[in-house]
Design a protein around this ligand. Structure first.
Ligand code: M6R
Length: 607
């Protein structure tokens, strides 16, 4: 949460930072600000306000924002409401700070350093500036080291000192910072999205290391003051993928990219017609020897895990738990060296998932993470990582990350079946050829997007939408419902259709829209009965069903979308795309900010 940027070089820093903050805005968009360091000896100047980056840009037009070195921030409020004073940067004495994360012991620090009455904001971040200022006597490294040792919590800090113009210092714990050289200086950011306009070479600042950016480049030291080695990485996605590519919103662009990114995710991992995870260092023995699996993830990633559970239990026959990472620690988790832990995360920074993974590893569990962002904390904290090659996902609502997570789970399931000797050649071939069909089947759904748009019109003014299905259909509806809630603000609930009659059916009234998904042959007759139950109570049913399905009963739908036909276990792929498009069009037609829904942020680095 919160986007941070720092630039030092020969160009106008405010312009570079404002552009970068627009790219980072998906991380948080309550308020924004920049600070410029001034080599003319005028000290550090701060411009900040509550609101979006466009409001900051307007403010910058009225103020003196000259200077070639600066730090900038876009905020997702945690401590302190949304107001100008709480916007970052924060300044105390000669120190100016921007912060991403949460300082848990900020109250104790206020008391210990007698800061009561001396702070201008309600934020934990200003406390860090004050503590740094207390320790600063001309040596930035020493002040940073002493301060960091006093902090409890998570932080990515970018810091400027009034009397060291042209230099930016940064340090982090958990919350991410990446840094890179530019042709005229250096840049740092919360993620690579803001760096790709300058370079494809970057590095992830290791935790508890201090980096110093200047026009001459970057230096890095560990907390004992020893110079540290920088491990450079290369951005390996197409840089053009980080703009909107002519679409009005990133969400639409990212939905449309799915056929390609699914190919990018699966094709490099198929050799001789078989799934191959050797490049990830995943040995068959690991997949063959585990006795159970525990998937930890949040939100959409957790929903991907639920599909994985159905696949693995059905095809491998071992027990799979899917645990919301935020609840993991409260249920006295039972994981051991026979439990394969799979952590799923688009950003690779979700703190609940990261903490749960670290706990599982301490218990001796072997681990694989499925992550989209290269070099992210979860990727580094797990034994093995399978990257979803989805490219940058900018819209807060996750779409292509979800389906590429599913694609990886399909591969993993197949490799596990082979490793355990469960499949013969023919079974492997038929499964893999179906997996390879996913991109073309998705294309088919995407080419029907106007038809789906018309279907979405029917729920535009709904107050509540229910979604019903069983088994795999229920799993994807949980995701479809989350998507609709987060981008359209329509209350929606996904319900296992057999469970409906145990209470929730009381909420179905005349005209309530109910989206029903029927893609699993073995569940079809029961699912159709459940649809009749809601229809006979007046519900308007939107039915998503396999294209070749013959419905012998009387008409049970108000709207129907016929899905391209795949083997049942793969039907989640086309059906998910339809649900994504429904959510997207409702949000679009309501005139909402599709990519930046209220109260949300793309990366959740607070517990
Ligand atoms: O980066 P992660 O995949 O770990 O994020 C997990 C959730 O915060 C995320 O999926 C969230 O639910 C999305 N906004 C849903 O669209």
């Amino acid at each position: 949460m919160c986007g941070i940027i720092g630039y030092t070089g020969t160009k106008k820093a405010s312009e570079i930072m404002l552009d970068a903050l627009e790219l980072l805005e998906y991380r948080g968009y309550d308020s924004a600000g920049i600070a410029l360091s001034d080599e003319a000896g005028r000290g550090t100047r701060i411009t900040k306000c509550a609101g979006r980056v466009k409001d900051l840009r307007a403010l910058c037009e009225k103020e003196d924002v000259s200077g070639c070195c600066g730090i900038g921030h876009t905020r997702w409020a945690t401590h302190g409401g949304v107001c100008d004073e709480n916007a970052h940067p924060h300044r105390f004495g000669k120190v100016t700070v921007i912060h991403n994360g949460i300082i848990e012991n900020y109250r104790q620090l206020i008391e210990k350093y007698e800061l009561d009455g001396k702070l201008l904001s309600q934020t934990d971040s200003e406390v860090v500036a004050a503590v740094l200022s207390r320790f600063y006597e001309g040596d930035p490294y020493s002040a940073i080291r002493k301060t960091v040792l006093k902090l409890k919590g998570t932080f990515a800090l970018a810091i400027m000192f009034d009397d060291i113009p042209g230099k930016i210092f940064a340090v982090r714990n958990v919350s991410p910072i990446v840094a890179a050289n530019t042709e005229d200086g250096a840049i740092l950011s919360s993620d690579v999205a803001a760096i790709v306009p300058f370079t494809t070479q970057y590095f992830v600042v290791p935790e508890f290391h201090v980096v110093c950016l200047s026009r001459d480049g970057i230096e890095m030291y560990d907390l004992s003051g020893d110079k540290a080695y920088i491990e450079w990485l290369t951005v390996d996605w197409d840089v053009s993928r980080s703009d909107k590519g002519g679409y009005p919103y990133y969400m639409e662009k990212e939905i449309m990219e799915q056929p390609q990114v699914i190919k990018d995710t699966i094709l490099p991992r198929i050799k001789d017609g078989k799934p191959d995870l050797s490049a990830e260092g995943i040995e068959d023995s690991m997949l063959a020897e585990c006795q159970r699996i525990c998937v930890i993830a949040c939100g959409t990633a957790m929903h991907a895990g639920l599909v994985g559970k159905s696949l693995i239990q059905a095809m491998i026959g071992i027990h799979v738990d899917v645990v919301m990472a935020s609840e993991f620690m409260y249920n006295d988790p039972v994981v051991d060296d026979k439990t394969l832990v799979i952590a799923i995360s688009q950003s690779g920074e979700t703190i609940d998932t990261l903490e749960a993974l670290k706990f599982a590893r301490k218990c001796g569990s072997p681990s694989i993470s499925i992550v989209n962002v290269k070099g992210a904390s979860i990727a580094r904290a797990s034994e093995h990582v399978i990257y979803t090659n989805a490219g940058p996902e900018i819209a807060v609502a996750s779409t292509k990350a979800y389906t590429t997570q599913l694609a990886v789970l399909y591969l993993l399931t197949a490799r596990m079946a082979i490793a355990r000797g469960l499949w013969d050649e023919a079974q492997t071939q038929s499964y893999m050829s179906e997996l390879l069909r996913v991109p073309e089947v998705m294309e088919e759904v995407l080419s029907a997007k106007e038809e789906i748009h018309h279907i979405a019109d029917t729920i535009l003014n709904a107050k509540d939408v229910f979604m019903i299905g069983r088994g795999l259909d229920y799993s994807i509806l949980l995701e479809g419902s989350l998507k609709l809630k987060e981008v359209s603000y329509i209350h929606s609930e996904a319900y296992a259709s057999g469970e409906l009659k145990h209470g929730t059916i009381a909420l179905i009234t005349e005209e309530t829209p109910v989206i029903a998904v029927v893609t699993q042959d073995k569940l079809k007759s029961k699912e159709l009965s459940n649809i009749k139950e809601v229809q006979s109570r007046g519900a308007k049913v939107i039915l998503l069903i396999k294209g070749d399905e013959v419905l012998e009963q009387e008409k049970i739908w108000s709207r129907i979308f016929r899905l391209p036909v795949m083997a049942d276990e793969f039907m989640v792929m086309p059906a998910s795309v339809v649900l994504q498009l429904i959510a997207y069009y409702v949000s679009l037609d309501k005139g909402l900010d599709v990519d930046k829904p209220r109260n949300l942020a793309k990366v959740v680095t607070v517990e």
